[in-house]
Design a protein around this ligand. Structure first.
Ligand SMILES: Cc1cc2nc3c(=O)[nH]c(=O)nc-3n(C[C@H](O)[C@H](O)[C@H](O)COP(=O)(O)OP(=O)(O)OC[C@H]3O[C@@H](n4cnc5c(N)ncnc54)[C@H](O)[C@@H]3O)c2cc1C
Length: 425
């Protein structure tokens, strides 16, 4: 028994080593792909009459895009945000923001508008899948720490409503991007609009066309799927503000109250392929409940209290940008921020937080150059990248490794994990 577990463990380690090597070689391969097949710098002289001129264009009205636009606006710098959708993409349930994220929201003057709606998390309880408690952690002892969930809808609405009218151009999907001889970047939209801009900030999310143009590969599926939702309790939800985790073998779940009437939950399970997207929301709920039917009842009641159409299934993916090997995420006056630059798994709950931190660092570096200071724009963008590259890379890798342990199906790995969780000081 022990031998077979060890053998299995070895095969997992070998598999993991191979996946790390595959990541390395794919990034390396991508570098040469980047060098050889990157769209060449255009020598085409544009018909200037039909080209709109802008100083700063942000592509994507998600968290990174809107927070960058708002940080610039607060410093008196105008930008235009291009969003492919007809309105803000306010689906996406809820996420937990940690202290750094709230500090960035404070710097933009919007944190208190959100704090008043969401509960500060006071602790975490980690359980086995049967509900046996492994550990309870207090998160309220350090007064400087702030872990507080926020609904994506509320965050995007709040950022957008603090921007000047017409800052966001909806139904503006980027179709093509090219460098021009004068150093500007030409953006071509699906609706035919052409915009020439000095600075382009790619905040276009995990499947970023701008990252692709720079030579990044598509993010890689990491082997598990997450389904999440926000349960509605119009008469008040019954829980203390704690995160409740449940660890199983190749499966896990969590729920946490986010406001006096709402509870966010998610479940994760291994799947060899990202699978087909289940389009019928009632079918998604039925299958999810069936898969987790033996798990604690609070989780199943939260699923029952969730409007079907707010449930989301996401096959998780990430991309490791090896320093010095992968494309840098900066090309001329075009730079990436948020998931477009560093798609990461949500195991540490840091993607949105990093998007906010990117936006803050980017604007702090860029603003002096745009206001005619000594720094030139390209140096300012380099300095932003230098500041954010290492924390983003580290979190992406750590998040992936934490996910690998939490999703393990190996009995011995799970037993060690539970023991470590239970005894860690
Ligand atoms: C299951 C799950 C749980 C998570 N939990 C947490 C958590 O607890 N805490 C946390 O901090 N993070 C969490 N995250 C991560 C977080 O949701 C992301 O990191 C964050 O949303 C990234 O924001 P973004 O602005 O970079 O990208 P997005 O929010 O994806 O925005 C990209 C925008 O670009 C637009 N766009 C794309 N292509 C184009 C184009 N061609 N032209 C114009 N517009 C375009 C899109 O329509 C979209 O509006 C979680 C993620 C997942 C999947």
């Amino acid at each position: 028994m022990i031998f077979s577990s060890l053998k299995h463990k070895h095969s997992i380690m070998v598999k993991h080593k191979h996946s790390i090597m595959a990541r390395f070689s794919s990034s390396f391969y991508c570098r040469s792909l980047h060098q050889s097949t990157k769209r060449p710098i255009s020598t085409h002289v544009s018909d200037n009459d039909n080209i709109r001129k802008e100083e700063i264009v942000i592509v994507g009205a998600g968290i990174a895009g809107l927070s960058t636009a708002l940080s610039l606006h607060r410093l008196g710098i105008r930008s235009v945000v291009l969003e492919q959708s007809e309105s803000l993409r306010t689906g996406g349930t809820s996420f937990t923001l940690s202290t750094n994220g709230w500090k960035v929201l404070d710097s933009m003057g919007v944190a208190d508008q959100l704090r008043s709606q969401y509960l500060k998390i006071q602790g975490a309880v980690i359980n086995t899948e049967t509900g046996r408690q492994l550990r309870s952690i207090k998160l309220n002892e350090d007064k400087n720490q702030e872990i507080r969930p926020v609904e994506r809808r509320a965050l995007l609405d709040t950022l957008a409503k603090n921007l000047p009218p017409d800052s966001i151009s909806f139904s503006s999907r980027l179709a093509n991007i090219e460098k021009q001889q004068d150093g500007q970047t030409l953006l071509q939209l699906v609706n035919g609009t052409r915009i020439s801009s000095k600075v382009v900030i790619g905040c276009d999310g995990i499947h970023s066309p701008i990252a692709k143009w720079m030579g990044f590969p598509e993010p890689k599926y990491v082997g598990y799927i997450v389904i999440r939702g926000v349960a509605d309790y119009p008469n008040g939800q019954p829980y203390d503000p704690h995160v409740n985790y449940f660890f199983g073998r190749g499966m896990r779940a969590a729920y946490l109250p986010i406001s006096p009437t709402k509870v966010y939950w998610f479940v994760g399970y291994n799947s060899p392929t990202p699978g087909s997207t289940i389009v019928d929301p009632s079918e998604l709920k039925k299958q999810t409940k069936e898969r987790f039917k033996k798990w604690p009842s609070e989780l199943l009641s939260a699923m029952d209290a969730t409007p079907n159409d707010t449930m989301i299934l996401t096959p998780l993916a990430d991309r490791w940008s090896w320093p010095g090997v992968s494309p840098s995420g900066l090309l001329g006056g075009v730079v990436l921020a948020g998931d477009a630059w560093h798609p990461m798994t949500p195991n540490l709950g840091r993607g949105a937080c990093c998007a906010l931190e990117d936006s803050h660092a980017l604007v702090q570096n860029l603003a002096p150059a745009l206001k005619g200071g000594q720094t030139v724009v390209e140096d300012a963008l380099k300095s932003y990248q230098k500041e954010r590259r290492f924390p983003n890379f580290t979190l992406t890798v750590m998040s992936n490794l934490v996910g690998a342990v939490l999703q393990s199906e190996n009995t011995m790995v799970c037993a060690i994990r539970d023991k470590v969780v239970a005894t860690r000081k």
